[in-house]
Design a protein around this ligand. Structure first.
Ligand code: SAM
Length: 311
């Protein structure tokens, strides 16, 4: 059990968000996360990978919502990263909740897909598995250093269907209108949900951070809406609990653009309902289709996921 000092302002917000589950939540974020990996089926079958792990005397527990995902018992993330199976690209170390957005998007072989904020590529490489290395994924990020990690990951995992771009995601709507079958906006956010992995988000917490982030997120989402073909699917995800960055952003798109949400359904995941109202603002009724993923209900990091269809 680790002691974390949480700023009073943040605790006040969490009290409103988690209500009577607050103590359970605070207990969960003090427990370290179990490391998890995604088997890279572009290089090895799940069956052969499990055999390899058996020979290393590591026991793997399936992640219910991703058929390639496993929690690894009895080892640390760092040791996993040093295994030859990792260098050879047979696996990708990925937090189990981070596997959710792509399982919700379900990109199909042959599609044209945009990963708007893609680095370091956890979800891009997962999409490539869904698409069986066919079609095209435009993997974009604004940050050159993080893109370097993404290109290394693509190479290590043998991903062949990705075109890497470095630009501000807010430009895609203008540059490539009506182009993509599916888009993922895994947005930059206040990262409150990553607290089990790092205290950075809590240490850097500022009450005024949410406004700036939510403005960027709204612009990224509008850009994604414009870059999508009519009938195209858009998944918006964050790893924060802040309603301004989650329901508030989705509500903005619903109120101003011709888009609808569809229910997020994820097998084996214990989801919590979205926030309907925050600081006196009621959100659009269609945010009811979005889901919140809480650490005390799934032994994972926190996540928010919305699925939308452009009319
Ligand atoms: C949550 S991380 C993405 C994680 C990534 N999807 C993955 O699964 O590996 C958010 C990313 O957004 C990028 N970013 C921030 N502002 C951006 C912008 N305006 N346009 C595009 N990317 C941006 C950051 O550099 C960061 O890599």
């Amino acid at each position: 059990m680790k002691e974390i000092s949480i700023p009073e302002g943040l605790l006040k917000r969490w009290r409103l968000i988690f209500g009577e589950e607050l103590e359970q939540f605070l207990g969960a974020i003090r427990r370290p996360l179990k490391p998890s990996v995604r088997v890279n089926t572009l290089k090895i079958s799940v069956r052969d990978f499990l055999e390899l792990m058996k020979s290393r005397e590591l026991s793997l527990m399936p992640v219910p919502w991703c058929k390639w995902g496993f929690w690894v018992e009895g080892t640390e993330e760092e040791s996993l990263g040093n295994m030859w199976e990792h260098f050879a690209g047979l696996m990708y170390i990925q937090e189990a909740s981070s596997m959710i957005p792509v399982e919700v998007l379900q990109p199909q072989p042959g599609m044209k897909v945009l990963d708007m904020a893609a680095a370091p590529g956890s979800k891009t490489t997962q999409m490539a598995q869904w698409m069986e290395n066919t079609g095209v994924i435009v993997a974009n990020d604004v940050n050159a250093k993080r893109l370097k990690a993404l290109t290394n990951n693509l190479e290590r995992l043998g991903v062949l269907n990705v075109c890497v771009t470095q630009t501000d995601g807010r430009r895609f709507g203008r540059l490539m209108p009506g182009t993509f079958d599916m888009i993922l906006v895994d947005a930059p956010c206040s990262a409150e949900g990553t607290i089990r992995k790092s205290y950075k988000a809590v240490l850097n917490w500022q009450p005024w951070g949410y406004k700036k982030l939510s403005e960027t997120q709204k612009m990224l989402l509008v850009s994604a809406y414009k870059a999508l073909k009519p009938g195209g699917v858009l998944v918006y995800s964050t790893c924060t609990f802040a309603p301004e960055e989650n329901e508030g952003v989705v509500s903005y798109l619903l109120e101003n653009y011709d888009v609808e949400t569809v229910p997020v359904e994820v097998q084996g995941l214990n989801v919590s309902p979205p926030v309907e109202e925050w600081e006196g603002v009621s959100y659009h009724p269609m945010v009811a289709n979005c889901v919140r993923v809480y650490p005390h209900k799934n032994e994972v990091g926190g996540f928010f996921v919305a699925k939308m269809v452009k009319r």
